[in-house]
Write a new protein. Structure first.
Length: 169
């Protein structure tokens, strides 16, 4: 609960700072990913960031200007989520929960690209970053998640969102 609140606060600060310092998100991710002990914090931040983009704390103009900057982070975020989701150790509840949170974070980013109302071209442009080079490595891990009871529902939701995205139209 505390980590979520801190991540939400950090996400809002980062989204506000990105217009003046476009690389701030990369800098924060570099610091947080420096140690495996902080991966949970990175995962939480990655999960809440697209949700906070839609918060009423940001103006429409701010969101319009911020959207292309967030597009630039997609390959980096997908690489991190691929590492999380591809974890093969599901024997411990912690690892299963970690993978589930990775799937939820991926779904959050896919939905983020699907629901943009501030720049109509943004939705298409954003989803172009989810191209085959980014998605194909994730697909086997999403499918393998079907076999794990704790992950199967979330994996189905992610797959449905990916398949039904406009990029596939």
């Amino acid at each position: 609960m505390v980590l979520t609140k801190l991540s939400l606060a950090l996400a809002v600060v980062l989204l506000r700072l990105m217009l003046s310092t476009p690389t701030i998100l990369f800098q924060v991710l570099d610091v947080l990913q420096a140690s495996p002990s902080t991966y949970t914090a990175v995962l939480e931040l990655v999960m809440v960031l697209p949700e906070e983009f839609h918060s009423p704390l940001l103006t429409g103009e701010h969101k319009r200007l911020l959207a292309p900057l967030l597009q630039q982070t997609v390959p980096r975020i997908l690489a991190f989520l691929t590492a999380v989701i591809s974890s093969t150790d599901t024997s411990e509840a912690y690892n299963r929960e970690y993978r589930k949170r990775g799937l939820v974070a991926l779904q959050s980013w896919v939905e983020f690209g699907l629901t943009d109302q501030y720049n109509k071209n943004f939705c298409y442009e954003f989803l172009k970053h989810f191209d085959d080079r980014d998605i194909v490595p994730l697909l086997p891990h999403i499918f393998l998640s079907f076999a794990v009871a704790d992950l199967s529902d979330t994996a189905v939701d992610v797959l449905v969102d990916l398949i039904s995205s406009p990029r596939n139209s």
